[in-house]
Write a protein that binds this ligand. Structure first.
Ligand SMILES: Cc1cc2nc3c(=O)[nH]c(=O)nc-3n(C[C@H](O)[C@H](O)[C@H](O)COP(=O)(O)OP(=O)(O)OC[C@H]3O[C@@H](n4cnc5c(N)ncnc54)[C@H](O)[C@@H]3O)c2cc1C
Length: 528
C-alpha cells in the first residue's frame, strides 16, 4: 500500500534508503526480507537515475580484460589483473544467478568480436580471456565460444559490412546477455520489499538532518510531486545513501569526495535483418569498449562513450558531437552500413556513479560501500560504482554490513526474485497493435499498484513501451486516456502530461538535427 507523504512524519525506521536506483532497490529488498523496517525514497520516479540510462548489458566480463596491450597493462601493474579477475568473477556469478531465476527477463545474443591482422588486440588475448571466463564460470554458464577464422560469410551474415574484410584474422563469437529492462528489475525488487512491509515513496527528496541522539539520524523528506505539502521528518537508526551521482549532495558538510560521474552516450539505429540475434564488440579508436547491441526488434543501440561529468545528471542527454562520434565509429567498424545522422532514431545518455579517486581522474570501477563514520557520519553508508549486473551482490553486501550493527526489528520474511507478473487482465487489449506485449491493463496496474504518477513513469518505466520505439503524440494521448480517470487528471492535466512526455522524448531521447557534418570536436578521455 502506498503511504500518503504526511503520514510518514515522525516515524522511526531501522534503515532509511535514499535513492531507489538498482542498488537502493536491491538493498531494501534484502533488508526488508531480513526483517528490517525500512523506508526508501527517490527524488524522482524509481529507477529514473543511472539505472534507467545504462547500456543494459549483463556482460560476461570480457571487457575487464580488453586492453590493447594486456602484457604491459597487467604485467606492469599486477594489481590491475587482480581487479580484472575479481570483477570478471562477479560478472560471471551475476550471469549465473540471473539465468537461474530470471531467465525470461534476460536475453542471450551472439556477440562477435572482430580481430584484425594489425590490431593490438590479438587472437590469443581474446581466446585467453574467454577461457578464463569459462573457468571463472565453473562450466555453469555456457558461453559457446568459437574463434571463426574461415568461411566468415556463412557464420557471420553481416560480415561483408565490416571494414577491410581481407585483413580480418578471426572473429571471436560467444554468448552475451542483456537485461530486459533494468527499470523493471528495480521495480520488482521494490515491490518485493513492499510485500515485506517496506515503505516506498517516489517523488520525495531526502535531506540528511541532525544526529538523532547517539543512535540515529533524522531525515527530512520534501515532496517533489506536491511542493505544497509540509516536509516530513523521519528517524532512522541507519541511513543508506544510495543516491548515485548525487551522493555527495546529500552530505552537505562532509569532508572529501566520494563519487565521480562519467557520462556515457548511446544512439539507436535500425539494422538490416541479417544482424538479428548478433551484437558486435570492439575497441573504439580511442581504445574504449564499443558495442553495437540488439535493443528491440530491428533496433540496435550503439555506444558507449566515457567522459568526465560534473553537474546535475537528472536530464542528461547526448550532444550532437557525441552522436556524430558514435556515427563515425560505427562507420569505421561497419562501413557497409553507411550510417548517417538521419538514420539516428533516438539517443540517450547516463552518468555512471563511479568511485572517486584522487589518483585516477576518471574515478574507478571498484564498487565500494563507504562507511562514513570517519567523515563525521556514524551509521551512514554510501555505495559507489555498483553496476546493474551485480546488484544482487550489492544487496547482500549491504545486508551483511547492516546486520553487524543492528538487529532487525521484526521476524524475517521471504525474498522473492521471481519476475513480477503484470496485471491479470488476460483479455485486455494491447495499447498499440504492433506492441502486443503491453496491454491496457498493464498501464492501469502501473498506476493503481506500482506508484506511477506521470505518463512518463507509465510509458517508460512501468511498461517499457517508450523504450521500444518513439511514440507519436496520438499514441501518448491514447495512454493518457487510460491513466487520466485513475489519477483524476483534468483535461488540462492530461494535456500537460502528454506535453511533458513528448518533451522528454524530444530532449532526453533526442534525435540530432538532420544536417550532416563531419565530426571533429568530440574527444572522449582515453583509457577510462
Ligand atoms: C551510460 C551507462 C551505461 C551503463 N551500462 C551498464 C551496463 O551495460 N551494465 C551494467 O551492469 N551497468 C551499466 N551501467 C552502470 C549502472 O547503470 C550504474 O552503475 C547503476 O545504475 C547505478 O545505480 P545506483 O542505484 O547506484 O544509482 P542510480 O540509478 O543513479 O540511483 C540513484 C537514485 O537516487 C535518487 N536520488 C538522488 N538524490 C536524492 C535525494 N536527495 N533524495 C532522494 N533520492 C535521490 C536519484 O533520483 C536516483 O534514482 C551503465 C551506466 C551508464 C551511465
Amino acid at each position: 500500500m502506498e503511504r500518503a507523504f504526511p503520514t510518514l512524519h515522525r516515524e522511526h525506521f531501522d534503515v532509511v534508503v535514499i535513492g531507489a536506483g538498482i542498488n537502493g532497490a536491491s538493498a531494501i529488498q534484502h533488508l526488508a526480507s531480513a526483517g528490517y523496517r525500512c523506508l526508501i525514497v527517490d527524488k524522482g520516479d524509481f529507477a529514473s537515475g543511472a539505472s534507467g540510462r545504462s547500456s543494459r548489458m549483463l556482460h560476461i566480463g570480457l571487457r575487464y580484460f580488453e586492453t590493447p596491450h594486456p602484457l604491459l597493462h597487467f604485467g606492469l601493474r599486477p594489481g590491475r589483473l587482480v581487479t580484472a579477475v575479481r570483477l570478471a568473477r562477479q560478472a560471471m556469478a551475476a550471469v549465473e544467478e540471473h539465468l537461474a531465476d530470471a531467465a525470461d527477463r534476460i536475453w542471450p545474443y551472439r556477440m562477435c568480436f572482430p580481430i584484425y591482422r594489425d590490431d593490438p588486440v590479438k587472437r590469443w588475448h581474446v581466446a585467453a580471456g574467454l577461457r578464463l571466463l569459462s573457468l571463472l564460470g565453473k562450466g555453469r554458464v555456457h558461453l559457446d565460444p568459437e574463434m571463426v577464422d574461415r568461411d566468415y560469410a556463412s557464420k557471420i551474415p553481416f560480415f561483408d559490412d565490416l571494414r577491410d574484410t581481407g585483413s580480418v584474422r578471426a572473429i571471436a563469437c560467444y554468448r552475451e546477455f542483456k537485461f530486459d529492462w533494468p527499470e523493471r528489475f528495480c521495480l520488482d525488487m521494490l515491490f518485493d520489499a513492499e510485500r515485506n512491509r517496506a515503505v516506498l515513496a517516489n517523488y520525495c527528496t531526502a535531506e540528511l538532518g541532525e544526529r538523532d541522539g547517539k543512535d540515529g539520524w533524522t531525515v527530512t523528506l520534501h515532496s517533489t510531486g506536491n511542493p505544497s505539502l509540509k516536509p516530513a521528518v523521519v528517524h532512522a537508526s541507519l541511513v543508506l545513501n544510495m543516491a548515485g551521482t548525487w551522493i555527495d549532495d546529500i552530505l552537505p558538510s562532509h569532508r572529501g569526495r566520494i563519487v565521480q560521474g562519467t557520462k556515457g552516450a548511446h544512439i539507436v539505429v535500425e539494422m538490416p535483418e541479417k544482424y538479428r540475434g548478433f551484437g558486435i564488440a570492439t575497441l573504439s579508436r580511442l581504445n574504449q569498449p564499443f558495442y553495437i547491441l540488439p535493443l528491440h526488434k530491428n533496433l540496435y543501440s550503439v555506444g558507449v562513450t566515457e567522459t568526465l561529468f560534473e553537474g546535475d545528471a537528472t536530464d542528461v542527454a547526448c550532444s550532437d558531437d557525441e552522436i556524430d562520434y558514435l556515427i563515425d565509429e560505427t562507420n569505421h567498424v561497419l562501413p557497409g552500413r553507411a550510417l548517417r545522422r538521419s538514420d539516428v532514431l533516438r539517443s540517450w545518455a547516463g552518468v555512471r556513479p563511479l568511485t572517486y579517486s584522487a589518483t585516477e581522474p576518471m574515478g574507478t570501477r571498484t564498487r565500494e560501500l563507504h562507511d562514513l563514520a570517519g567523515r563525521g557520519f556514524p551509521g551512514v553508508f554510501a555505495l559507489t560504482a555498483g553496476p546493474i549486473m551485480t546488484h544482487r551482490s550489492s544487496g547482500r553486501l549491504v545486508l551483511d554490513t547492516v546486520a553487524k550493527r543492528l538487529p532487525p526489528s521484526a521476524p524475517p520474511g521471504r525474498i522473492d526474485f521471481a519476475p513480477y507478473r503484470f496485471s491479470t487482465g488476460e483479455n485486455s487489449p494491447p495499447l498499440l497493435a504492433d506492441e502486443p506485449e503491453v496491454r491496457v491493463s498493464d498501464i492501469e496496474f502501473g498506476v493503481l499498484k506500482e506508484h506511477a504518477k506521470s505518463l512518463t513513469d507509465v510509458l517508460l518505466r512501468r511498461t517499457g513501451l517508450a523504450w521500444r520505439r518513439n511514440l507519436t503524440r496520438s499514441e501518448a494521448e491514447l495512454a493518457a486516456g487510460v491513466v487520466a480517470p485513475l489519477l483524476d487528471w483534468s483535461k488540462e492535466e492530461k494535456r500537460v502530461q502528454v506535453e511533458a512526455f513528448m518533451a522528454f522524448q524530444d530532449t532526453v531521447f533526442r534525435r540530432p538535427p538532420a544536417a550532416e557534418r563531419i565530426p571533429d570536436t568530440f574527444k572522449p578521455e582515453k583509457g577510462a
